[in-house]
Write a protein of this length. Structure first.
Length: 275
């Protein structure tokens, strides 16, 4: 792996000279993408000792060079035709993934056994762990990292990130529930076991506020085992008073507490919101 990393770093330094006729460069880059596709490497991960997100820049560099090294190719799936540089993922039965018609994942994304794709989309570099549901019209963007037993509800947008290579992707940890139409983007992070209410927008510019204290606990990060909903807070400007979006933590769950839909609805009804 160290040799492969060194080769990618060397190719990145002269990427402007690369083209589809550079067969050796293409072989090296496609080897990296194959390892991503099988889950043997990943774009980013959480350092368990420090809780920091570690981005493997050389893997993202390989993805970016893939677009330069591959020609456009036509592929046909039933009545549908695609024209792209990257093929779609395949062989779902062998990897233990259920894909409903309309569900698509690009080669270079990793889907663990037990993943279910409804009509949805998973982009290159993304990683979706065991027993996670990607529901209808949800999108898992490039390089996003999604944990185990996550429910990504209908219409959720998990943003992708490729450039710059050192940019941090979205991290969704284990046992998270993302309600319909959430937008989690630009390197935002949702901690283990948290429930994110419908329509929440979370990115590094969005304050996350504790409803019990009124204090801002982070920007773009929902801590583990929280129930968080969309809210707004008043700000004064020379032109008047305006309400800007924020994310409000309305309940702290016990670590390890499972998501009981009836209990969640009861919590949310107390605050006149719904999952």
């Amino acid at each position: 792996m160290c040799e492969l990393k060194a080769s990618i770093t060397e190719l990145w330094e002269r990427r402007a000279q690369l083209g589809a006729d550079d067969l050796e460069a293409k072989r090296v880059v496609e080897e990296v993408i194959g390892l991503l596709d099988s889950g043997e490497i990943r774009v980013a991960e959480v350092n368990q000792a420090t809780d920091d997100v570690v981005v493997h820049e050389w893997v993202k560099q390989a993805i970016l060079m893939l677009f330069r090294l591959r020609e456009m190719e036509s592929t046909v799936a039933g009545p549908f035709e695609f024209l792209d540089r990257i093929p779609m993922k395949s062989n779902y039965r062998a990897i233990g993934v259920r894909v409903v018609p309309g569900g698509m994942a690009r080669w270079g994304s990793y889907l663990a056994p037990g993943v279910v794709l409804m009509p949805s989309y998973v982009n290159i570099g993304a990683r979706v762990e065991e027993n996670t549901m990607v529901d209808t019209w949800a999108t898992v963007g490039s390089c996003a990292q999604v944990g185990k037993r996550v429910h990504i509800s209908g219409g959720v947008g998990i943003g992708g990130v490729l450039e710059p290579p050192q940019a941090q992707p979205v991290i969704i940890e284990d046992d998270v529930m993302l309600a319909s139409r959430c937008m989690i983007t630009e390197g935002a992070r949702v901690g283990q076991g948290s429930v994110i209410g419908a329509g929440v927008i979370l990115n590094p510019s969005i304050p996350v506020i504790d409803a019990q204290t009124g204090l801002e606990v982070s920007r773009g990060i929902v801590p583990p085992w929280c129930v968080a909903v969309s809210a707004s807070r008043k700000r004064s400007y020379p032109g008047g008073e305006f309400y800007l979006p924020c994310v409000l933590i309305i309940r702290r769950l016990n670590p390890g507490e499972r998501h009981d839909k009836a209990q969640l609805n009861e919590i949310l009804r107390e605050h006149s919101v719904a999952i």
